[in-house]
Design a binder for this molecule. Structure first.
Ligand code: AHG
Ligand code: MN
Ligand code: MN
Length: 342
């Protein structure tokens, strides 16, 4: 039985809209469609382990139809739920090389959507949590249809940002610029219920999260910082512990709830071509917005991730997100040891 105080995501979004008298309802519709998409993706993800019996990507299923990879299915679900909603002027997906226009038969709206349909998808065969990440900007170009210019805006201009984790339960976490709210899917009634109102990240944490296998490719500043986190102090105490799932959504979600730091530092394997792995539009900017709205900090090591203006839809960046004090601290190490290279 539902508690009489249970708040569905629909009610929450409408309550928010009513606080803004000029609102047209477009954002409300957009969030509805994202919530709907994540319920549909939950359904697909929950059947993931059955692909071996029912057919796998590149194979055919029992009906002799091609079975698509889950990232492609998730990408289609989001696109199909939003192309005709009249709220977007264009979209961009991690799964597609180019900007996605709104088909000419449908009306254009005043927002853009950038999304990572299935983050962490390489983990799916091991039953590890995966997720969806989304980022919404207001259209700025003058024409009726959207352009890349509308998508290539800095993160601080995001109107809405959030993610969904398909984990032991499905949770949708988002911000519309007034704090961060989390909604857990109640599967028996198919509703997202407010389970984590006004999430605040601890000012300092005790967990660091990074792919330690890349240690030798990091800059000196990041190596020194991780050495500091893993070396016991004079009293023999080691305050930090390590957790790394390898699905950004799940690692960031844990960081948001428990505090600490999640990082994907610059990779110096080829010193002539230092590179970040995570994508600015689909991963870094939306997660940065959520973390900062919860009181945390998000940088590329030297500057705020939210200030960076992306030049390319698939631009990558180094990333440090989490508790304010922890992210400040790694910044100090980078400043001290890597400054001359910056
Ligand atoms: P995606 O599955 O969308 O391509 O993203 C994978 C990303 C991210 O989820 C994760 O944090 C990171 O890749 C893991 O990378 P490593 O395997 O290099 O640690
Ligand atoms: Mn991803
Ligand atoms: Mn992905």
């Amino acid at each position: 039985m539902l508690n009489k105080n249970a708040i569905t995501i629909e009610r929450h979004i409408i309550d928010q809209q009513e606080r803004h008298p000029g609102a047209t309802g477009a954002l409300t519709r957009l969030l509805h469609q994202i919530a709907l998409s994540s319920k549909m993706i939950t359904h697909e993800v929950r059947r993931a382990g059955l692909l071996d019996i029912l057919g796998d990507a590149g194979h055919t299923n029992v009906q002799d139809e091609d079975v698509q990879k889950l990232d492609v299915i998730a990408d289609e679900v989001i696109y199909r739920n939003l192309d005709h909603a009249g709220v977007l002027c264009c979209m961009a997906s991690e799964e597609r090389a180019k900007m996605i226009p709104i088909p000419s038969q449908f009306d254009c709206g005043k927002y853009t959507l950038a999304f990572d349909p299935l983050d962490g998808s390489t983990n799916i065969d091991a039953n590890v949590s995966v997720g969806t990440i989304f980022s919404v900007h207001r259209k700025i170009s003058p024409g009726e249809r959207g352009t890349e210019e509308d998508l290539l805006q800095p993160g601080y201009k995001q109107v809405v940002a959030g993610y969904v984790v398909y984990g032991s339960s499905t949770i949708m976490v988002y911000t519309a610029g007034h704090g961060v709210q989390g909604f857990t899917l109640e599967p028996s009634i198919g509703e997202f219920l407010l389970s984590h109102p006004n999430i605040r990240i601890p000012k300092r944490g005790k967990i660091f999260s990074v792919n330690m296998g890349n240690y030798h490719y990091w800059t000196k500043g990041v190596q020194k910082y991780v050495d500091y986190l893993t070396t016991p102090d004079k009293e023999g105490k080691k305050p930090y512990t390590s957790r790394y799932i390898g699905s950004m959504v799940a690692d960031v979600h844990r960081t948001l709830l428990y505090g600490g730091i999640f990082m994907y530092p610059l990779d110096m394997k080829d010193p002539k071509k230092p590179r970040g792995k995570l994508r600015m539009l689909y991963e870094a900017a939306p997660m940065a917005k959520v973390i900062e709205q919860a009181g945390g900090l998000a940088t590329n090591g030297t500057e705020s991730l939210l200030e960076i203006v992306p030049r390319d839809l698939h631009e990558r960046t180094p990333l440090f997100v989490g508790s304010y004090d922890d992210v400040m601290e790694v910044g100090e190490y980078i400043k001290k040891y890597d400054a001359e290279k910056a």
